[in-house]
Design a protein around this ligand. Structure first.
Ligand code: EPS
Length: 358
């Protein structure tokens, strides 16, 4: 399955070292103004090669709009977006073409299909997430026209957590970190990690403001259920929390419930979702990324013939793929929201709530 969404359907295609990656968006509303240059900002936020803390691969990530847009406005017909790969170094993968990297998808792809494209991780590469971000540029635009805004930040790298929270600094540092004073500490942490040859996990928090009450479908199309599936579909994701998430386990009901008054909700433990439907509060999602498995540190493994071997991965790998993941999680949040908004409009006739909101 390479398609996501029911009414705003995004199909991505392509491999990391193939000639190109791309997507087709079917069901996009007509009339959204979108020019090729509007993709650059989010694509660059996600891209490799921008700082020493991410993979050194340099891709221009230039979007070609092949269809569905006329005179910079969406027409309602399928939108095809293409990005040509230009900086593949497939020889980096020659040694591991017949080997399995412990912790990597190359073993499971091989078992499932009997064949795999080992170059750059093929389809399982983080390169695929480029097209999610591209598709979400259009979704974000449609949502913004309806007062819905999506943003995110990094909330943990390894054992380091933010010592403060200021949204205004998130876009000014290479880590999407919400506390500027810690950036030198993170730089030193990542430099030491990179030198050691190891990798580390990370947590991203994304939120959507302005979502009206009513988006999300009971029972199987729950907003939180679809958000979990969307985030889990990103490579390297191992956990998703909505609102207080796993911390809810230790809470009492009297603490977890969000008191209501004519002035609104007193708190937001629920993460803006009740019964799978948006409550009108900020929708908040936390996403856990595992440490990258492509390491130059040797590890025991097997080859395709079942022989015991020692694997060493060379190449330009991210020591913490979560560092680039904030725009990807934002993209999946936007794609879920536009799809749910269109589904709500299809059934209920409008994107807004039925009753005045509290
Ligand atoms: C990736 C490995 C690296 C990264 C790549 C994701 O690929 P390569 O070995 O070809 O340099 O550069 O990320 C991207 C190219 C991208 O655009 O995100 C992996 O194994 O997932």
């Amino acid at each position: 399955m390479n398609t996501f969404g029911q009414l705003f359907r995004v199909t991505t295609f392509g491999e990391s070292h193939g000639p190109a990656i791309g997507c087709v968006i079917d069901g996009c509303p007509p009339g959204i103004a979108i020019a090729p240059e509007e993709f650059a900002h989010d694509l660059s936020r996600r891209a490799t090669g921008k700082t020493r803390h991410t993979s050194a691969r340099h891709e221009a990530d230039e979007i070609e709009i092949l269809s569905g847009v006329y005179e910079s406005v969406t027409t309602g017909t399928p939108i095809a977006l293409l990005i040509r790969n230009t900086d593949q170094r497939s020889k980096d993968y020659a040694n591991i073409a017949q080997q399995f990297r412990p912790g990597h998808a190359d073993y499971t792809y091989w078992q499932k299909y009997g064949i795999r494209d080992p170059r750059g991780g093929g389809r399982s590469s983080a390169r695929e997430t480029t097209m999610r971000v591209a598709a979400a540029v259009i979704a974000k635009k449609w949502l913004a026209e309806r007062g819905v805004h999506v943003r995110g930040h990094l909330a943990q790298i390894g054992e380091v957590i933010p010592a403060g929270h200021d949204w205004s600094v998130v876009e000014d540092n290479p880590f999407f970190w919400p506390h500027a004073a810690q950036v030198p500490e993170l730089e030193a942490y990542m430099d030491a990690l990179r030198k050691s040859g190891d990798s580390v996990g990370a947590k991203v928090v994304v939120e959507a403001d302005g979502v009206p009450p009513g988006w999300g479908e009971p029972i199987y199309g729950k907003l939180d259920g679809e958000l979990a599936a969307a985030m889990m579909s990103i490579n390297a994701v191992k956990g998703v929390e909505i609102g207080d998430g796993f911390a809810s386990v230790a809470q009492k009901g009297s603490e977890h419930r969000d008191a209501m008054s004519p002035n609104g909700f007193a708190s937001n433990h629920a993460g803006g979702i009740l019964g799978g439907i948006s409550s009108g509060q900020i929708v908040r999602v936390a996403v856990a990324f595992k440490p990258t498995s492509s390491l130059r540190l040797p590890v025991d493994s097997v080859d395709v013939d079942g022989n015991a071997i020692e694997v060493v991965t060379t190449g330009r790998h991210d020591p913490c793929v979560g560092i680039r993941a904030t725009p990807i999680c934002e993209a999946m949040l936007a794609l879920v929201l536009i799809d749910q908004a269109l589904r709500h409009r299809a059934q209920c006739g409008d994107v807004g709530p039925v009753h005045p909101r509290i």
